[in-house]
Write a protein that binds this ligand. Structure first.
Ligand SMILES: [Fe+2]
Ligand SMILES: [Fe+2]
Length: 184
């Protein structure tokens, strides 16, 4: 079952989500699925992060009467850089991942899919304002700038909460073990 962070909607249920109709070819594409192999934020894979961004892009673009199809599709492809940025060794003179990956993703997307100018701008500009020179040209590109930051933050918080819950579980297990040992 496919779900975006913070949402209960089953995104792979084509009967209830118009969203699925817009991106089903991408969700089943082997290049897109390759993003499952790379962790992005905490325990969130690149694929899940892109799904999160794609779904909320779609929702907000729809709400604002913008191009929801472009928002959904470019959102799903925006981080198609296909490497583990935590361990990636930069080439000589190559800038940090944060500054380069939008263009790497765009190049991979163009190698594998047909995209229009709006989708291109959404992918290329999603790291604004870190990439100050990549100022968004369309309103849909501003949407991804905000949605990408929101999802990244939610994914980091989700991971920290997961770690805290695990520590609490371990402590409660040890406490129970100690009580049982003392009562014997
Ligand atoms: Fe990104
Ligand atoms: Fe992203």
């Amino acid at each position: 079952m496919l779900k975006a962070i913070g949402s209960k909607t089953n995104l792979s249920d084509s009967d209830i989500t118009a969203y699925y109709q817009l991106v089903s070819d991408l969700l089943n594409n082997e290049v897109v699925l390759k993003m499952n192999e790379y962790n992005h934020h905490g325990r969130t894979t690149c694929f899940q992060h892109c799904l999160n961004v794609s779904y909320y892009n779609y929702k907000i673009c729809r709400l604002l009467s913008l191009d929801e199809r472009a928002g959904a599709r470019a959102g799903l492809l925006h981080d198609l850089f296909l490497y583990d940025w935590h361990t990636y060794k930069r080439g000589k003179g190559e800038r940090l991942h944060g500054f380069t990956h939008a263009y790497t993703s765009l190049s991979n997307v163009k190698d594998n899919f047909e995209i229009n100018k709006l989708e291109e701008d959404i992918i290329a500009k999603h790291m604004f304002p870190l990439n100050l020179l990549s100022f968004p040209k369309y309103r849909e590109s501003f949407v991804i700038v905000l949605v990408d930051k929101y999802c990244g933050l939610a994914e980091v918080i989700d991971y920290q909460a997961y770690k805290i819950i695990n520590i609490c579980r371990k402590m409660s297990f040890l406490r129970r073990k100690k009580i049982i040992a003392e009562s014997n």
